[in-house]
Design a binder for this molecule. Structure first.
Ligand code: H79
Length: 435
């Protein structure tokens, strides 16, 4: 058995390798979350087992009707690729406790029941075939395991449950080659990392996959934060917003029976812009249908986003960095992402008077161009004010109506674009860096 280091040593060691391990992720910007399990067959939200208070032996019967069609993971990966996503994270086992692989410690799985197939393997192969980085979501809760609740107060149950959770993740990280992300969720019932034995477990898992990145949900901070159902930058650390497609449910629900909740391409781009502004990522979920097909309402919006990214992706992908001054500069008609000496304006409302005024830039502007076709835009700049003039009447971007203007500033290597908040008023968002 390997020696374990203390929490502070562990944090030092993982911090030292973080830039290298996170490099691909920091440039990827956009990933697909997939929630798929027995709750998909039920179609009433992935929490149904708990919120509807199902007896375990009744819920288990859903496994017989969980029948993903052949090739379903290829459909997910093909859509992710089409959408311009760079990685995928699958719920290998959600809170309900049903594993989508041939687990030795959890016989309640998709190889013994339902499709009798290793869906995790199919997912991994689909990711590799479509050049997607691979993430495994793994719940810490388990409503099916007899120790899942007792672990809170019974130390023998807790020991068994910790071992169970470790072994599940060991299986996942040893059987499928290189895995890029371990995405923990919901560390209940134990309230600290000691209760989960996370420090030792994560050290053992990192020994298996030295390049892996781990999210912050095993009661250790680890590599990145995970705001859920909100797009909010975290201060001074990497972060990834995970968002449902409909604001309602991660697992499949019949969207035809819902109000018009699903995101359209413009709303997805707005989320992606906010992530790009704050140097975070967007992990956008789809809840595949009972047979594993992609939900129909996701296809057009994601396809449109992909077409848009094919032309304008420079504004999102790559080494974006945050503005030092944060909000209160630029124009509220635009979001702004920054890479080196370039600021990308994501314009949501093409100005009818064909003029865009940007406040707060001190560094001299060198050029302004439409990203999609390189057309130069005339401008003036004085006293923290840039005015882009005579914008082309046909400048509004045709695919999604979101036009990107690339502003190149005169910064020397090692220097930053200098900005200053509008002096006459306080930050609009209560001091947070980005809203
Ligand atoms: O997998 C997705 C969610 O099921 C999971 N995280 C994402 C990625 C998650 N589990 N718990 N939570 C998020 C937070 C807890 C929410 C709850 Fe509720 C509020 C549990 C009970 C009340 C939401 C609303 C779930 C059921 C009703």
């Amino acid at each position: 058995m390997a020696q374990f280091v203390s929490k502070s040593e562990y944090e030092e060691i993982t911090a030292a390798s973080r830039d290298a391990r996170m490099a691909w992720w920091r440039e990827a910007r956009f990933g697909m979350f997939i929630h798929y399990g027995l709750y998909s067959a039920l179609g009433r939200h992935e929490w149904a087992m708990a919120s509807e208070n199902w007896p375990v032996n009744e819920y288990e019967k859903l496994a017989a009707g969980f029948l993903p069609k052949q090739g379903a993971p290829n459909e997910w990966a093909a859509l992710a690729k089409k959408a311009g996503m760079k990685y995928m994270v699958l719920t290998t086992r959600h809170h309900e406790g049903f594993s989508l692989w041939d687990s030795k410690v959890n016989p309640y799985n998709s190889v013994n029941y339902g499709p009798k197939r290793d869906i995790v393997r199919e997912f991994v192969e689909a990711c590799r075939a479509n050049n997607m980085r691979i993430g495994f979501y793994t719940s810490l809760m388990d409503w099916h395991h007899p120790d899942g609740g007792a672990a809170a107060y019974d130390s023998a149950a807790r020991k068994r449950f910790n071992d169970y959770i470790y072994t599940l993740n060991e299986e996942l990280l040893t059987q499928y080659g290189k895995i890029d992300i371990l995405w923990y969720d919901v560390a209940r019932p134990m309230e600290n990392y000691e209760g989960w034995n996370s420090l030792e477990i994560n050290q053992r898992l990192r020994a298996i996959q030295p390049d892996i990145i781990i999210n912050n949900r095993s009661r250790l901070d680890e590599d990145f934060g995970t705001p859920e159902e909100r797009v909010t930058a975290e201060k001074d650390r990497d972060w990834e917003s995970c968002m449902t497609f409909n604001g309602l449910s991660w697992g499949y629900v019949d969207s035809a029976q819902a109000g018009p909740h699903s995101y359209n391409a413009q709303r997805i781009l707005k989320m992606l812009a906010t992530c790009s502004e704050g140097a975070g990522n967007l992990l956008l979920n789809i809840g595949p249908q009972p047979d594993g097909s992609v939900p129909p309402e996701a296809v057009e919006p994601l396809t449109t986003v992909g077409k848009w990214l094919a032309k304008n992706g420079e504004a999102a992908y790559g080494k974006v960095s945050r503005f030092k001054e944060g909000g209160g500069i630029g124009s509220r008609l635009c979001s702004m992402s920054k890479k080196g000496k370039i600021v990308y304006l994501w314009n949501w409302i093409w100005p009818p008077n064909r003029e865009l005024i940007l406040g707060g830039f001190k560094t001299p502007l060198v050029s302004a161009k439409l990203l999609a076709d390189g057309r130069s835009l005339p401008f003036t700049q004085e006293k923290y004010r840039i005015i882009l003039k005579n914008l082309p009447a046909d400048g509004r971007e045709p695919v999604a109506g979101v036009t990107v203007i690339a502003l190149e500033f005169n910064v020397k290597p090692g220097e930053e674009i200098e900005t200053q908040r509008f002096a006459a008023r306080p930050p609009l968002n209560g001091g947070r860096v980005f809203e």
